[in-house]
Design a protein. Structure first.
Length: 735
């Protein structure tokens, strides 16, 4: 981005959208072909700066946020980055959810997607640069119109200021300046001049969410909308053999009953009518290999794989065998993490309307790039004729990165010729997945006489996430790819991860956080055919439990305080060591009531370091978490209140899983069905949470997920102090 020439950009191809205004011509993704028209609102007299910024005739800055808003505050964070350099208060902006377009690609992904706690760290510089360059062009245009020196002009909250007093609103600047250029990127503000970055403010969507005007997928209502519910097999992936749909067809309001790839879809005039009719459908399903699997089978098969010791080698540094021979303390243990449901409060849903060769889609989704290709594939229409309308997401946690519900909706809309809102019930959500994979992890650690970790040998047995990712996203990325080729690629990836390379999502977090010079990582792929996908914090969500439990165990076996041991073995990671030090100081100052005990854990994920202290009591065999102190270093906190909220949310989500999260298989089917037997943490069970934000002076790192991994081991380590029992299986239950 050494030179910007706005005359060569897409706005000239779309003058109706550009409205004759100023254009800053660059792509934040860095990979735009400029072949697609910008999906922004056509507003007469507006200046369309780029895919992200419009300045309206009333001087309002309209900001199109490219990342999905699922409660993590990304609309506020990205608007803050833009507003800082544009000199516009984010709370004064008109913030819109962007549609699908290559200019909205995530710089870290190379595609349009939200996940991996990447939004702020990916856009910290590019979004600020968009604001700075837009501001510079506005000032150049103002200087030309006023006959003033550029140095005599400045900006102040959406106004151009001449010699520190006279102000003019940005929209009156002449459209003849559309071909202005800037020789290089405008300079960014130094941190000591920030007005909005680093300051606490309310969220830009706070009012709309408080008043119920924020639009989620389930809120969509268009003319002649019909509702679809799918009758799915109890065992994931089983195919329909026969179906008796006569009773369902006779139910009130039912208009259609059609076959779809995942089962039988019932369409009615209301959601209630569709669900009632769906309960009348009688289906005989095929028996599959998964039909003979229960939870005990999973764990036994994983244990057998670990015992066999034949897996794929991951990182292998030094000589672990020699190191263990010289170690003065050696500890080995297995740790279990079960299948889990994502269970966002808003279950999966999508509205699809197909009219001839065109389609409109309304849904909240983490990967908008997938929409056009998938609907094109299912409805046999050109992908460029698919219009996507992003909504707010009622929770994501990785689940809304899987788009099978959209394929179902498009299929039903095509077959029936009706606008369709397809909704997953809560029972569908919990029983059908895709799930967080179950894992059995074995760690052997060795310490020398000085308390230094000298050897770390770890293995994980379980299924991999990436093959199912290929199965769900390849049809969207390549609509022309035949089904057998999609399955072939997915099967090839399974073979690859089983025999040649570890899937990093399976083992991340098991081995990276400490300074041990000798490390070996092995992965044993054992896949029973359950549908899987990313879950909040991905592999870190279970590896942190195993790793930090073992750190506590080996420290205790070596007779070393848990804080001292962690500090001693993180000397190569100053930022990580610092959060341990601060947490340790807080821990030392805590005066807890009799019967309360403190446990600690630290974990690095998504480029962020987090240490947590759990204050726990155990009464009548029940674990109660009273308080959690969270020390987080995520670099520059763009909005400290959002950082705090995300730590709190991650802790609550992780604590729910640590205390209650457990899906059990019986004959291949998930037994749990709703929140009565798949429990969420209740308000009266939620601990006090104190978040300490440490600014190490780096650029922002992730916050959406890093608060989750340390909570389960922190609680387990506290329970050991309270009871003397080492809990090595999740959810945490006393014998």
């Amino acid at each position: 981005m050494n030179s910007v020439n706005v005359s060569r950009r897409r706005f000239l191809q779309s003058s109706a959208v550009a409205g004759g205004g100023l254009v800053v011509g660059f792509s934040l993704s860095g990979c735009s072909s400029n072949a697609m028209p910008l999906p922004v609102a056509a507003t007469e007299g507006a200046w369309t700066a780029n895919a992200f910024v419009q300045i309206l005739p009333d001087n309002t800055v309209r900001f199109y946020t490219a990342r999905a808003e699922m409660g993590q505050g990304v609309t506020t964070g990205l608007a803050t980055l833009l507003g800082e350099e544009l000199d516009v208060n984010p709370l004064d902006m008109d913030v819109r959810l962007a549609s699908a377009h290559e200019d909205y690609n995530n710089p870290l992904f190379g595609m349009q997607g939200t996940g991996g706690s990447s939004s702020t760290r990916a856009h910290f510089l590019p979004m600020r640069q968009a604001g700075a360059n837009t501001r510079m062009l506005i000032l150049q245009a103002a200087a030309s119109d006023l006959g003033a020196e550029l140095t005599a002009l400045s900006t102040d909250n959406g106004q151009v200021v001449h010699r520190g007093s006279a102000t003019i609103p940005m929209p009156i600047l002449s459209s003849r300046h559309r071909l202005l250029t800037i020789a290089a990127d405008a300079p960014l503000k130094p941190a000591d001049e920030f007005q909005y970055i680093g300051r606490v403010s309310r969220r830009v969507d706070a009012i709309s969410k408080s008043t119920g005007t924020a639009e989620f997928g389930l809120d969509i209502d268009i003319p002649d909308l019909h509702y679809a519910v799918v009758v799915r097999p109890p065992v994931a992936g089983a195919k329909k053999l026969t179906a008796d749909t006569a009773a369902a067809r006779a139910m009130p309001g039912v208009t259609d009953v059609v076959d779809v790839a995942s089962g039988v879809a019932v369409v009615a005039e209301s959601f209630w009518q569709a669900t009632q009719a769906a309960s009348k459908v009688q289906v005989e399903w095929e028996e599959t290999d998964l039909s003979r699997v229960d939870t005990a089978t999973l764990r036994a098969d994983y244990a057998a794989a670990l015992d066999a010791g034949e897996g794929v080698e991951g990182p292998d540094e030094g000589d672990v065998q020699t190191a263990f021979a010289k170690a003065t303390t050696v500890q080995e243990a297995d740790y279990w993490a079960p299948l889990l449901s994502h269970s966002p409060m808003e279950p999966m849903n999508a509205v699809v309307r197909i009219q001839g060769e065109e389609a409109d889609v309304w849904t909240g989704i983490q990967f908008p790039f997938a929409v056009a290709g998938l609907v094109s594939r299912m409805a046999d229409i050109p992908a460029e004729n698919v219009r996507f309308h992003q909504t707010y997401l009622g929770g994501g946690f990785g689940r809304r990165g899987t788009v099978t519900h959209l394929a179902e909706a498009a299929d039903v809309a095509k077959q029936t010729g009706k606008p369709i809102q397809l909704v997953w019930t809560r029972e569908d959500d919990i029983r059908q997945g895709p799930f967080r994979p179950a894992s059995l992890m074995r760690i052997k650690a060795g310490v020398d006489e000085s308390g230094q970790l000298v050897a770390w040998d770890t293995a994980r047995a379980g299924a991999n996430i990436s093959p199912d990712t290929f199965r769900t996203l390849l049809p969207a990325m390549y609509p022309w790819l035949a089904d057998f080729l999609v399955e072939g690629v997915a099967n090839a990836s399974e073979m690859f991860f089983e025999n040649f390379s570890t899937d990093e999502s399976s083992t991340e977090g098991l081995f990276e956080d400490y300074d041990q010079p000798n490390t070996r990582v092995t992965h044993m792929t054992v896949d029973h055919g359950l549908p899987l996908t990313f879950w909040r914090a991905v592999g870190h969500s279970y590896t942190a439990f195993a790793k930090e439990s073992m750190i506590d165990e080996i420290a205790q076996a070596a007779g070393i305080d848990e804080v001292t041991f962690r500090l001693q073995n993180t000397q190569g990671s100053p930022r990580r060591q610092n959060v341990i030090r601060i947490a340790g100081e807080r821990m030392a100052q805590m005066a807890v009531p009799e019967g309360h005990h403190l446990g600690m854990a630290m974990h690095h994920s998504f480029a962020t370091d987090v240490a947590e202290i759990a204050e726990v009591s155990v009464e009548n065999g029940q674990i109660r978490v009273h308080k959690v102190t969270c020390v987080v270093d995520c670099g520059q906190a763009v909005n400290p209140d959002i950082v705090r909220s995300q730590m709190e949310g991650g802790i609550i989500y992780g604590l729910t899983a640590a205390l209650y999260g457990d899906l059990n298989l019986e004959a291949g089917a998930v037994k749990e069905s709703n929140f009565h037997d798949y429990r969420m943490l209740r308000m009266n069970e939620s601990p006090e949470i104190d978040v300490v934000i440490v600014d190490s002076g780096t650029e922002p790192t992730g916050v959406g997920e890093p608060g989750l991994p340390p909570i389960a081991p922190a609680v387990a380590n506290a329970v050991f102090k309270a009871t003397g029992q080492r809990l090595r299986s999740l959810p945490l239950k006393l014998a």
